[in-house]
Design a protein around this ligand. Sequence first.
Ligand SMILES: Cc1cc2nc3c(=O)[nH]c(=O)nc-3n(C[C@H](O)[C@H](O)[C@H](O)COP(=O)(O)OP(=O)(O)OC[C@H]3O[C@@H](n4cnc5c(N)ncnc54)[C@H](O)[C@@H]3O)c2cc1C
Length: 465
Amino acid sequence: MDHSRTHAVAVIGAGPYGLSIAAHLRAHGVDFRIFGTPMHSWQAHMPAGMFLKSEGCASSLSEPTGYYTLKQYCADEGLTYGEHGIPVPGAVFTQYGLSFQKRLVPTVEDTMVTALDKMSDSFELRLASGEKVRTKMVVVATGLSNTAHIPRALAHLPPELLSHSSSHHDLGRFKGRDVTVIGGGQSALEAAALLHEVGADVRVLVRRPELSWNSTPIPGRRSLYDRTRRPMSNLGIGRGAWLYCNAPNVLCHLPERVRLAARVRQAFGPAGAWWLKERVLDRLPIMLGQFVQAAEARDGRVLLQLQGWNSERCHLMTDHVIAATGYRFALTSLPFLGERLLPQLRSVRQTPILSSNFESCVPGLYFTGLASAIQFGPAMRFLHGADYTARRISHHILGDRTRFRTPLSDGFKRLPRCKEFVTGEVVRPVIADYADANAHEPGQSAPVRVVLVQPSSDDLILSNG
Ligand SMILES: Cc1cc2nc3c(=O)[nH]c(=O)nc-3n(C[C@H](O)[C@H](O)[C@H](O)COP(=O)(O)OP(=O)(O)OC[C@H]3O[C@@H](n4cnc5c(N)ncnc54)[C@H](O)[C@@H]3O)c2cc1C
């Protein structure tokens, strides 16, 4: 790794989105670096023993050939797999992600980006290791990090009495304790099931008057009428789900007020997976239609003040509250965004306004995943959106092949561009010896080297001068 030069791309985050984008960039020979602990959210911020809510067919990372899917990983490892109807264990998905990283993105650097700022013609990243890195482009793929949402009524409680669901991997520490989980979505219901199963005395408080459940996959072939009326997609059955799944390119061009409409934003809203029902219903108390109005610490426990839909009030004492209250992206919550960069970003509801290529109004700065869901639709909150995102961003970056397939330097920009040509091997455009190129005025001829690149071999210097 050359630590002194300006690289083409930096990818911040090595979760499913970051790894997918990096796999595409690597396959296309783009000069990039990627930072972050591989699959960290899945290893540290999701509960051990969980299952994926998405079906097997919607739970793969993306790479250009489409070969290394979850299905392929399970076949290689001799694990049970089903496109629909067989829940995927979180541990299997995590191992698949790590295997994907080792095979397809071996260059991940396990360090955090602590600062990102814009220089005149590049970005500067500062790493936790102390290194400074310059790149022409940056892809922010930090996913759920720094997005945990806690309702205001609870936020003041101390950490020993309150935590967000993302703070827990091992729920075993709550064995024998009285725990109240707040929320009615998959995170809340699955955390409650797992807490019950490890021996905690758990209850769930849900704001809505009833729970929603995803429908059980229907085995067998459906009639043409049914398939037309309620088409099947990777994220469920129905025309809305089909549209969100298959047409992010259309959604991103819709007027902002349509994309911000509650119906679009709340699509795939809180709901339990079909396979979770039997582990929750009639097994633990679920209090429906309850708002938490206030909370206070009292004698090492929490006193919750609740108000029901019928305006009835009650109190509840509990040892610990787990807020499974979701995730909200906000630009101001990204700790690494520099003071010079932040004001340059145009945003709506604290999320960056993006082009149809995921590029923000700061050229070369891309946002993905949750940060792009207002623009491209709710599929971007799920693994399913990684494929569209990775293809779109890598194609956009590759749009200017001659700049980004090779190491960049200011000297290179001044040289006349050569045509790419193929003679059995892939030949890259002429790249100057940078020191010499810099010594020449624009328009004058500069000493050059022709670089022949054979796929998967080192550069071969063909001639000088
Ligand atoms: C409990 C739970 C269950 C879920 N189940 C499903 C499911 O079944 N199916 C589904 O499709 N989706 C599911 N999701 C949503 C899921 O999180 C996303 O689909 C997926 O993880 C998004 O990938 P990502 O790469 O955008 O984000 P993440 O997986 O969050 O990865 C982001 C990465 O960026 C890294 N990072 C953050 N800041 C920095 C920094 N400054 N420098 C370097 N690295 C950094 C983090 O460490 C992390 O590894 C679930 C979410 C939760 C919370």
